[in-house]
Design a protein around this ligand. Sequence first.
Ligand code: IMP
Length: 171
Amino acid sequence: MPIDYVLLTAGQIQVRVRELAADLERNAREPIHLVGVLKGAFVFLADLVRAMEGPVTVDFLAAASYRSGTVSSGEVELVRDLDATVTGRDVVLVEDIVDTGLTLQVLQQVVRSRAPRSLRTVTLLDKPSRRQVPVDVDCVGFTIPDCFVVGYGLDFDERYRNLPDIRVLTP
Ligand code: IMP
């Protein structure tokens, strides 16, 4: 699939990431426990955590959402669990993109079942027009139209994660 055009520049992303970090830290009294969703959120989390000033801890989990090409099949499996307990902690799930919502729905259930003190979700990108299940997202970086995007951690077939900006692929 050829890359079509730049949707969000590296500069736009950096400005928004700093705003999201400030939003998450506002009124935080306890350390924030960031849980990044691999692999797509690794670049976003790396920038987000460096824009935060208060005490933070970091963990990761990974979900496989089976897709054929750019379309989700609806099956989601937890393929890497957390290292540390989230019980009693103020957890922020860090997602790259919410599309159908199926992945986030499963991951929120997993974290909630372990009794965190609070659970919030931040996603860099949101495609609300594609939602199949309702999910609560507390902070959204950018709402985007129904298109397939790569770069800044997001891939197509494991490629393009290294792009500093976010670009649209066209079939
Ligand atoms: P959902 O379960 O349909 O919400 O999909 C979530 C996951 O699908 C994301 O964490 C991404 O890994 C992947 N995904 C969804 N849309 C895109 C896209 O436009 N580009 C790259 N990956 C995507």
